[in-house]
Design a protein around this ligand. Structure first.
Ligand code: SF4
Length: 213
């Protein structure tokens, strides 16, 4: 992964879509606020970033994170690149790995742009291997609806693990196709199948979704 700087300027349509992502995040926060008052989450815990499963994102969310990475100082960009590549390798070998954006001080490097998967999680108890995060059922339902809205917004895009989506966006050919608003799943068929990438266009209101498999 090289963070090919094919784009720095995003077109108006993408900027508008970024705003809509923010609206979806905000609407969820408003709906979940009352439930989260009893959350046991505290600064520095980061259990969700190390042990709570796959951090899945849409391509559009990946594009927002990518544009933040491209603004980082070069040495930090290289560090992130290394962490993402290591994460890909480990995951391809079926080994769990902490999120590549989790820093040594247990803070998130892209906190302001963290994806919805990170925003939806909280827990009513302190988490451990024996006690994974516990959320209210109503919040899980609202979160599922927010994910569908994010996938519909990203109609020509995909959903998958954060490192895999950023890997796709780092491919100049994929990025060009995606930014042009074209939809060519055949171009990523092999990678999509082996990395459990979902085609957003196949996500339906009944929540069934087609993947590249
Ligand atoms: S993106 Fe940030 S908040 Fe989300 S899992 Fe990674 S380090 Fe944690």
């Amino acid at each position: 992964m090289n963070f090919h700087p094919l784009f720095v300027e995003l077109d108006i349509c993408m900027e508008e879509k970024f705003e809509q992502i923010g609206e979806i995040y905000d609407a969820f926060e408003t709906d979940a606020a009352d439930y989260k008052t009893d959350a046991a989450c505290r600064k520095g815990c980061a259990y969700c970033c190390t042990d709570a499963g796959s951090i899945d994102i849409t391509t559009l969310e990946g594009l927002a994170i990518r544009s933040e990475i491209l603004r980082l100082a070069r040495p930090l960009q290289l560090k992130v690149k290394k962490a993402l590549n290591q994460d890909i390798k480990k995951r391809e070998n079926g080994r769990p790995n902490p999120c590549p954006f989790l820093m040594k001080n247990r803070a998130c490097l892209v906190y302001a742009y963290r994806p919805f998967t990170c925003r939806r999680i909280y827990s009513l108890h302190t988490c451990s291997a024996e006690r994974p995060p516990m959320l209210h059922r109503a919040v899980m339902k609202t979160a599922a609806e927010s994910i569908r809205r994010l996938q519909h917004l990203d109609d020509t895009g995909y959903t998958g693990h954060l490192s895999f989506i950023l890997f796709l966006l780092d491919n100049p050919k994929f990025l060009e196709t995606y930014l042009a608003g074209d939809h060519r799943p055949a171009e990523i068929m092999h990678f999509g199948k082996s990395h459990r990438i979902i085609i957003n266009r196949t996500v339906r209101q009944d929540s069934s979704a087609g993947s590249c498999s």
